[in-house]
Design a protein around this ligand. Structure first.
Ligand SMILES: *Cc1c(COP(=O)(O)O)cnc(C)c1O
Length: 383
């Protein structure tokens, strides 16, 4: 039976426990497994290689992304590390111009040392993507909406360009989750997640995922997952399964609140710019509507110069100043000094990550309470 995503969230992957009838997948807190004789294991050997709780979650995330193969990692960056390990010295990647700061860091300070280079391109400009795909390029790596300016890239169009030249397309789908966007169905080859964010959803677990459809690619990734070893622990796997069950209802509320807040900001005199692909005035609005089932709940805005952004952060009462995103609670962050500090100042300025830029991860509290808190903090920060 083919299930809609709301049902898959609860019954996808491995549904409960066959042996006992428990409605939840048990936490198999074990490092190793008894073998019945030499070469006679029961499908499990060692928990870095495979663990039933992790396997249930891997299958679940694969199902949600309409993929065949899922892999769970100890963090989003462990997932990214494993995907980047597919490449070798001399290979090059074309990368979206505003990406997660940690992704930039691992490319620039780790993989570059191994001879894997990258070129930063505005991937919402298809001509630029096409021009950047030279012979040594092996993959296009995109985030959409991208972090922190919420720039939208047309996944289907980029995939068509990349396929023509026989290159991989990798999409970090953290901001929207498979509930809102499924890149494999749009032509991407590899989907990456920081499960730390919406999938887990409660700001209590660090995790990462990779999903693919191609068997050869999956075999290589499973090999690398085991060889590198950054796997997700059984207890954390259980927590993410638990989180995913409510992903649908959470995302509905996240998006509903974000639309209200973005419209309020956009109509206010407090800001000079709002970045949110759910606003009709946003340049990414049409493509976002075409390729996803919602605009997500990340909003960035530039505070008007009449207000002091440092004071604004201090005056927030309900919204918490913190790194991360995607939890039930609303968070505010300062990309220039927090999430994107690893990006050199001149690159930041060039792409629009100015000091007055504020990023909101809109939670599932009451929207009026959130707006009231933002408004009082902005007013209190008047210069
Ligand atoms: C947080 C994040 C990551 C990194 O994930 P961790 O779980 O923190 O390692 C990667 N991509 C995006 C878009 C993120 O928000």
């Amino acid at each position: 039976m083919s299930l809609a995503i709301e049902s898959l969230l609860i019954h996808g992957g491995i549904d409960g426990d066959e042996t006992t009838g428990a409605v939840n997948v048990p936490v198999y807190q074990t490092s190793t497994y008894k073998q019945d004789g030499l070469g006679k294991d029961r499908g499990w050997e060692y928990s870095r290689t495979g663990n039933p709780t992790r396997a249930a979650l891997e299958k679940l995330v694969a199902d949600l992304e309409h993929g065949q193969y899922g892999l769970a990692f100890a963090s989003g960056l462990a997932a990214i590390n494993t995907v980047l390990s597919l490449f070798k010295s001399g290979d090059k990647l074309v990368v979206s111009d505003n990406i997660y700061g940690g992704t930039f860091r691992i490319l620039d300070n780790v993989f570059k040392n191994f001879g894997i280079t990258y070129e930063i391109v505005n991937t919402s400009d298809l001509d630029k993507v096409e021009a950047a795909i030279t012979d040594e390029v092996k993959a296009v790596y995109i985030e959409t909406p991208a972090n922190p300016l919420l720039t939208v890239t047309d996944i289907e169009a980029v995939s068509k360009i990349a396929k023509k030249k026989d290159k991989f397309v990798i999409v970090d789908n953290t901001f929207l989750t498979p509930y809102l966007q499924r890149p494999l169905t749009l032509g991407a080859d590899i989907v990456i997640h920081s499960g730390t964010k919406y999938l887990g959803g409660h700001s209590d677990t660090i995790s990462g995922f990779v999903v693919v459809n191609d068997k050869k690619l999956a075999d290589r990734l499973y090999y690398l997952q085991n060889a590198i070893g950054g796997v997700l622990a059984p207890w954390d796997s259980f927590l993410v399964i638990r989180g995913i069950k409510t992903l649908g209802v959470r995302m509905d509320r996240h998006v509903e609140n974000a639309v209200k807040i973005a419209e309020w900001l956009n109509n206010s005199k407090y800001v000079s710019k709002v970045y949110y692909p759910g606003l009709k005035s946003d340049p990414g609005y049409e493509i976002q509507k075409k390729q996803a089932d919602g605009p997500g709940a990340m909003i960035s805005f530039v505070l008007d110069e009449k207000y002091d952004y440092k004071v604004f952060f201090e005056k927030l009462k309900l919204v918490t100043l913190a790194e991360s995103l995607g939890g039930v609670e609303s968070l505010a962050c300062h990309p220039a000094s927090m999430t994107h500090a690893a990006i050199p100042a001149e690159v930041r300025k060039k792409v629009g990550i100015v000091d007055e830029l504020i990023r909101l991860s809109v939670g599932i509290e009451n929207a009026h309470d959130l707006i009231a808190d933002l408004e009082q903090a902005i007013k209190a920060s008047a210069k």
